[in-house]
Design a protein around this ligand. Structure first.
Ligand code: 13P
Length: 254
């Protein structure tokens, strides 16, 4: 049985005042959550907030970075290693987000090296894949996602240290989402590819998240789709009042 995962990607948002949201999230989870044991909550803030957030998050909320360098240390100005993220309180790291693939030209090969470093540092790699609008229109979504999955996921993974997030680029921050059938088709495809490559134990155990314009209003129906084990949420994870109902919808779907 896979545990559900509600993950928030704060991207380049949130300075010190945002720390308040973590306290609110903790309060909300403590109030309404006494019996919920099947859902994990993860927040990936800008790394400058990781340390302070880890002091507030208690055990209930896991923290993650949004990227890491493939090396452990060295002359790489401006970069952070997976070891440093772990040291600052992270247990997860998002890798290969489409914004990094676009803004920093990250290839599947680079994402795979970063994931190896993350896993070696004891982190869980949350690897993102997803097609562009043009690729969707050309009916190439499964091909693109399958290729990114094959190229970005390293060989030495377990069901615990890998999470895959399907984030269609055209659905990120736009309010548009694929149909439930389209989400199901991609998630089933990813599940089948993972089982093929890693065998049933790992392939069936890896959690698959959907990301792209997830909000309280659509979370419930998306979480009802088979092989959707949670969400990677951008905008709606910034405020506890938006993220809490999404977490509740995931708990209800468990
Ligand atoms: O990119 C995303 C999460 O990584 C999704 O962002 P939005 O939820 O703002 O569409």
């Amino acid at each position: 049985m896979r545990r559900k995962l509600a993950a928030g990607n704060w991207k380049m948002n949130g300075c010190a005042p945002a720390l308040e949201q973590i306290s609110k999230l903790c309060e909300g989870l403590a109030d309404g959550n006494a019996n919920a044991t099947g859902t994990d909550v993860l927040i990936c803030p800008p790394s400058t907030l990781l340390h302070r957030m880890s002091e507030r998050a208690g055990g209930r909320i896991a923290l993650g970075g949004q990227d890491c360098h493939p090396e452990t240390s060295g002359a790489h100005t401006g970069d952070l290693s997976a070891v440093m993220l772990a040291d600052a309180g992270a247990s997860h790291v998002i890798l290969g987000h489409s914004e990094r693939r676009a803004d920093h030209g990250e290839s599947d090969e680079l994402v795979r090296r970063k994931a190896r470093a993350a896993i070696a540092a004891g982190l869980t790699a949350v690897i993102c894949v997803g097609e562009s609008k043009q690729e969707r229109d050309e009916e190439r979504a499964l091909e693109v996602v399958g290729r990114q999955l094959a190229g970005s996921v390293p060989d030495a993974v377990t069901a615990r240290n890998l999470v895959v997030a399907y984030e269609p680029i055209w659905a990120i921050g736009t309010g548009a989402t694929p149909t439930l059938e389209e989400i199901a088709e991609v998630h089933d495809h990813m599940r089948a590819r993972l089982e093929e490559r890693f065998g049933g134990g790992i392939g069936r155990g890896v959690r698959l998240l959907y990301g792209g314009s997830v909000k309280p209003a659509n979370a419930g129906e998306i979480f009802g789709v088979e092989n959707v084990d949670g969400a990677l949420v951008g905008g709606a994870s910034l405020l506890a009042r938006d993220f809490l109902p999404i977490i509740k919808a995931l708990e209800a779907a468990s």
